[in-house]
Design a protein around this ligand. Sequence first.
Ligand SMILES: [Zn+2]
Length: 154
Amino acid sequence: MKPTIVADPAQPDAAYEDLVQAALDARARAYAPYSRFLVGAALLCEDGRVFTGTNVENATYGLTICAERTAVVKAVSEGARAFKAIAIATDHDPPATPCGMCRQTLAEFSVDLPIVLANVAGRRVQVHLGTLLPHAFRPSDLLDRPAPEGGGAP
Ligand SMILES: [Zn+2]
């Protein structure tokens, strides 16, 4: 049974087509010799910069990193933390959604992030991160907390 994508009512924003193309271009650089599931991501920052990412697999499997998290790590390490949208490209139909770990990583910075899911056949689905990960654990859940009795030391 194919997964059902709960799409937001809006059609994919045509303004994101360049972002989708960047994700498709990145996908061609994916390192996925084990799964052969090539993924590209392109993260648009509020300052206009775009950071791309690919999945990078590892022979130990557990060290594999997804395209979306690669893009986030690249952006944050270059000083960008405010994101406008992310495009994710695969050859899957329907276009694949990000895994739970990537959803949580993106939610660290924005729960309202538009996500354009794209595939190589030209299909596009736009969703919001809050749709894919409702009630995300947020930085605000940790910040401004009083110190626990005893300072939290064991
Ligand atoms: Zn992932």
